[in-house]
Design a protein around this ligand. Structure first.
Ligand code: SAM
Length: 252
């Protein structure tokens, strides 16, 4: 039986590929890649000539079956995505699940992942965290997810694109309030790497003040909910008012 290797690739800085990743990409028979053109450039950098096979979100189910047959006939495969760790907001879940169902050994290589890289430098509690990936693109759906996370005490980690970073931070401010601390980690490992944290009210002002701050790839880390001390009258009054408002809506 062949084996499947899960191989992380850099999230910006090419120097972040590991020696083991290079060796594995060289030694396997086939590389299953999210985008063969994108991965082709990476392979070129490291003079790796292993053949590629396309496995992306839209063909994963059908292509996985073909790859399983190859593994069963003894072919060894490396799975890569465009950047970072496969399966972390990238294709591969169905394929890996199918490998387990078919008794194929899956060997993970450690490597770059934007969420963990950001968390390690954010200065926000890192002992317990929830990875939430991308929020929905539409504000209504986004707010409803944020509301469901309002009292989550663990650190929240989101991915966000430059097109929506401003709107997402505005929605977070509306749901979590001005005082909740948020850190944004932008363009990690690249030239314009920026890690900036502040209470949400200020963070929104900071990002709106300069459009350059909204460019690039983002990880957004939100400090977990801290239950206020029971003698915090302001907070209690706000809660009572919010409940009253809800009740008033229901009254004829
Ligand atoms: N598999 C990847 C990983 O392990 O992090 C994530 C892939 S996901 C499709 C792409 C998103 O990851 C981007 O929109 C951004 O939110 C985040 N991301 C990737 N590279 C990043 C970087 N260099 N700096 C900040 N965020 C990054």
């Amino acid at each position: 039986l062949g084996q499947l290797f899960i191989v992380p690739t850099p999230i910006g800085n090419l120097g972040d590929i590991t020696q083991r990743a290079i060796n594995t990409l060289q030694q396997v028979d086939l590389i299953a890649a999210e985008d063969t053109r994108h991965t082709g450039k990476l392979l070129q950098q490291f003079a790796i000539k292993t053949p590629m096979f396309s496995l992306h979100d839209h063909n994963e189910q059908e292509k996985s079956a073909i790859l399983i047959e190859k593994l069963q006939s003894g072919v060894s495969i490396a799975l890569v995505s465009d950047a970072g760790t496969p399966l972390i907001n990238d294709p591969g879940y169905h394929f890996v699940k199918l490998c387990h169902e078919n008794g194929i050994k899956v060997i993970p290589l450690p490597g770059a992942c934007a969420a963990i890289t950001a968390l390690s430098a954010a200065g926000i509690a890192s002992d317990r965290f929830c990875y939430e990936g991308f929020l929905p693109a539409k504000s209504k759906a986004r707010i409803s997810i944020l509301e469901s996370l309002q009292e989550e005490s663990r650190t929240l980690i989101f991915y966000e694109s430059p097109h929506r970073i401003k709107e997402t931070l505005l929605d977070m401010k509306a749901v979590f309030g001005d005082e909740r601390r948020v850190v944004i980690a932008r363009e990690l490992t690249k030239i314009w790497e920026t890690i900036y944290g502040s209470p949400l009210g200020q963070l929104v002002e900071w990002i709106v003040a300069d459009e350059n701050r909204q460019r690039g790839e983002f990880v957004v880390l939100v400090e977990g909910f801290k239950a206020p001390a029971s003698d915090d009258m302001d907070f209690l009054n706000q809660k009572v008012l919010a409940t009253l408002k809800l009740l008033m809506k229901e009254l004829p």
